[in-house]
Write a protein that binds this ligand. Structure first.
Ligand code: ARG
Length: 470
């Protein structure tokens, strides 16, 4: 079949496209996903053309009604997508003309697929960013609840994965809240730069029709039209920014996953993930595997890959539009789909985590986690910190040899290392004493954890209020 007869650009061609080239260059298999944005952009464009007197009112009405019918057909699954028509834009435009006749052919006045596709992706990405922000918000909300429940549950804090100092589980959860809030900030920031309208740039230089880009931008909810036509059709840095923000978020979720995987092992036994978020083994009946965090950790790899793919896609392109840009979509779509999924599953999972307070406590009281507190105690008795460090190091070596933690040594034993130690030392050697002592902004004391949760909740409530409702 001679497909080239139907191609909107076939005028200057004498021969039909090679069948494999047609398949190789087509993007409709994946960019059809942009149909809603494509139709919205076309409707806004047609209305603007009519208001500017470039298109008649009747033609505009036929175009708008025809595009809306196409949307209904696509959503009902009755639209026929054709690879010969290359991409989502030409499929929809050709169907429109088949439906309404010549008026359909006038839609592409003062426009090119170059500004059209750039507009579609920005519209699509804007919605995706909002979905990511909602996903982060739901996860933060689950973490705040968990942090509140476990505000004074003591666990060992680690450095080098060695027991370092006692902390509270709530404090640990609030560390993740901080990271996720920065992630949300990156998405919000990216949204501001993405929400700029390319339409009107046409192929690359603008158009000779008296268009009004402000009208189209306002109708489509863009903050403003792009300032430079060459930049508008060729820039994809907004997509790179989105993928970078997604990669950083996934890096956080991957680290968090790693902790949950360790903590839910029988060696740690700090937490139990709900059965709904785990799977079993087909051969080992005793197994309950943390598949969800493992898969999130695993998916992080492809998103890092997509970031590298997009950076590499852009690095060699001269201005303005090049067909290379068609390759921007699959990495973007896959990034958004997987991050959206990871956030959703994480929020659900963290809403159903059970902490084993006894196991966490036992682990904290085994690793000499209060050694720093003993050193600080000696400093309060007038001993320089470096000397105190030395004294405590010797006491720890003794405890290791005895198989007993510092709090389990008698006063007489402790005083062998320093006569400055009195019986009030046990107050600092307890886990509660150690966490309660770190009672300043940013510290692990339960009181500080509760204050931090309260501040987050207040800020979230304030952000949820519409700006003018004083
Ligand atoms: N499918 C193309 C893309 O995704 C649309 C723009 C094509 N423009 C062109 N001049 N070939 O980038």
């Amino acid at each position: 079949m001679n497909h080239s007869a139907v191609k909107p650009w076939a005028g200057r061609f004498g021969e039909p496209t090679d069948a494999f080239v047609e398949a190789f260059t087509a993007s409709v298999g994946f960019d059809r996903r942009l149909y809603r944005q494509d139709i919205a952009g076309s409707i806004a464009h047609a209305r603007m053309l009519a208001r500017q007197g470039i298109l008649g009112g009747k033609e505009r009405d036929a175009i708008v009604a025809g595009l809306e019918r196409i949307r209904v057909n696509i959503e009902a699954g009755t639209f026929h997508w054709s690879e010969a028509l290359e991409d989502v834009h030409m499929n929809i435009e050709t169907a429109l003309t088949a439906d309404i006749g010549d008026a359909g052919k006038r839609l592409h006045t003062g426009r090119s697929r170059n500004d059209q596709v750039a507009t579609d992706i920005r519209l699509w990405l804007r919605e995706e960013i909002d979905a990511m922000l909602a996903g982060i918000d739901a996860l933060v909300s689950a973490l705040l609840d968990l942090a509140e429940r476990e505000a004074d549950s003591v666990m060992p804090g680690f450095t080098h994965l060695q027991v370092a100092q006692p902390i509270t589980f709530g404090h640990h959860m609030m560390a993740w809240v901080e990271m996720l809030e920065r992630d949300a900030g990156r998405f919000a920031d990216c949204r501001r730069r993405a929400n700029v309208m390319p339409l009107g740039a046409a192929a690359l230089a603008g158009t000779s029709y008296p268009i009004d880009r402000g009208q189209t931008a306002a109708e489509l909810g863009f903050d403003r039209p792009a300032e430079n036509s060459l930049d508008a059709v060729s820039d994809r840095d907004f997509a790179i920014e989105f993928t970078a923000a997604a990669a950083i978020t996934m890096m956080h979720l991957s680290r968090f996953s790693e902790e949950l995987i360790l903590w839910s092992s029988s060696q740690f036994g700090f937490v139990e993930l709900s059965d709904a978020y785990c799977t079993g083994s087909s051969i080992m009946p005793q197994k309950k595997n943390p598949d969800v965090p493992e898969l999130v950790r695993g998916k992080t790899g492809r998103i890092f890959g997509h970031l590298m793919a997009l950076l590499t896609l852009m690095k060699g392109q001269p201005l303005a539009y090049n067909k290379d840009n068609q390759e921007d979509k699959e990495p973007l779509f896959d990034t958004a789909d997987n991050l959206r999924g990871a956030l959703r599953v994480f929020a659900g999972m963290m809403g159903h985590v059970t902490c084993n307070r006894e196991r966490m406590r036992a682990a904290a009281s085994q690793g000499f986690a209060t050694a720093t507190d003993l050193a600080d105690y000696l400093v309060r008795q007038g001993i320089p910190f470096r000397d105190a460090h030395e004294v405590v190091g010797k006491a720890v070596a003794y405890g290791v040899q005895q198989g007993r933690d510092l709090a389990e040594l008698s006063l007489e034993e402790l005083r062998r290392f320093s006569p400055a130690i009195g019986d009030d030392v046990y107050a600092v050697l307890t886990l509660e004493g150690a966490v309660n002592a770190r009672n300043h902004l940013g510290g692990t004391a339960p009181e500080q954890v509760r204050a931090a949760i309260a501040r987050k909740r207040a800020a979230r409530q304030a952000a949820a209020q519409p700006p003018n409702s004083a």
